[in-house]
Design a protein around this ligand. Sequence first.
Ligand SMILES: Cc1cc2nc3c(=O)[nH]c(=O)nc-3n(C[C@H](O)[C@H](O)[C@H](O)COP(=O)(O)OP(=O)(O)OC[C@H]3O[C@@H](n4cnc5c(N)ncnc54)[C@H](O)[C@@H]3O)c2cc1C
Length: 396
Amino acid sequence: MTDCCIIGGGIIGLSLARELAGRGLTVRVLAREQGRATASWAAAGIFPPAPLRPDSSPGDRLTGWSDLLHREWAKQLLEETGIDNGLQACGGLHVAAGARGLAALETEAVHWQGRGARCELLDAAGVATCEPALAGAIARGSVMAGYLLPEEMQIRPPRHLEALESSCRKRGVTIDSAEVRELVVRAGRMEHVATVSGDVRATTYCLAAGAWSGGLAEQLGLVMQTRPIRGQILLLRLPRQRLTHVINQGLEYLVPRADGRLLVGSTIEDAGFAATTTADAIARLSQVATRMLGDLPGAETEQAWAGLRPGSVDGLPCMGRAPQVDNIFISAGHFRSGLHQSTGSAVLVADLITGSRPTIDPAPFDPARPTLAPTAGAPPDSVAAYLARAAAEAAN
Ligand SMILES: Cc1cc2nc3c(=O)[nH]c(=O)nc-3n(C[C@H](O)[C@H](O)[C@H](O)COP(=O)(O)OP(=O)(O)OC[C@H]3O[C@@H](n4cnc5c(N)ncnc54)[C@H](O)[C@@H]3O)c2cc1C
């Protein structure tokens, strides 16, 4: 009998599978899609600074702990699989123009300093020294000031997923292409999951199906909104890389890869389960690149894609035992930070599944917590807050 059956083969499901298999459990992953059809593959792979402090909020604690684990996992994955996931502290430069943009920049810088991150405020000349490729944007007035977060990191999501999958297989994890249709519960316990190609039984289960988790959780009597929030990305190939830092302006960003690719992101859209790109959004992302870097002679559009972030009502993922069914756990709703929070989430949920003492307090992530009830407000990091911010930026 399989010890744990994980529903979902994105970053959250695969990271948990790797962790559980490393603890000696037999693990089976059921995934309708793998690789590039997942939000995890679509992600930009930006890891903002994540200092851990005694007064960190529950979300920051999860991110900070995950950040530390990522440094260990990157080394382990390279040793186990030979795949370099590209984790590197390239630094993040956050820039702005206009009175509103500059005011927001200062507020953000104070926020980062208050959280204990290294953060250096820069005037226009400082921005140009830090990232000479932005000199043209400064001359055109598109960038007037900025701040540097030297600890900001990037990772390459497709490579990280490939490394995780390879590590899982080496640890004996079975990964099956299968769509779960029904979670079959009898007398308060999961009896099996019904897939299109047959039933699967295990001692414990974990629902890690990204944006689809909320729909499946209804079968457990659990109301857990993981509303899909679409993000589109444009990938350019430049004759030579011009940037060294991740460049952030509001919700838009440029991520330079060492091989000359430049990733331009992203949108925050409520478009249901349509993981498709739109001509308008891709044109707007193309303008973001030229606004920052001017004309890009020789640049080629390599591809564009869209992914569905699993939303969160209160800004925190849901992790823990399902309230009314004994042997199924949840790990879903990581919204904009699922790549970053994947390592800590895997260790935390593995601790809960194996009955080990968790390193961080799981209570704030309880899938049955009262803050998950729909509210009129928009807590920071929630879907509602980001949709409002995206609408405000689009109107400017
Ligand atoms: C454009 C974009 C940029 C992003 N940038 C970042 C970033 O810079 N940093 C960061 O930390 N995060 C980022 N994110 C967020 C991050 O990608 C997500 O939080 C994370 O990928 C969620 O992982 P997941 O495993 O929960 O979901 P997914 O990756 O969507 O995986 C869900 C899995 O469940 C499977 N599934 C669903 N339903 C079923 C079913 N019925 N039966 C079987 N399998 C099923 C799917 O097929 C898939 O395998 C970004 C997201 C997007 C879209």
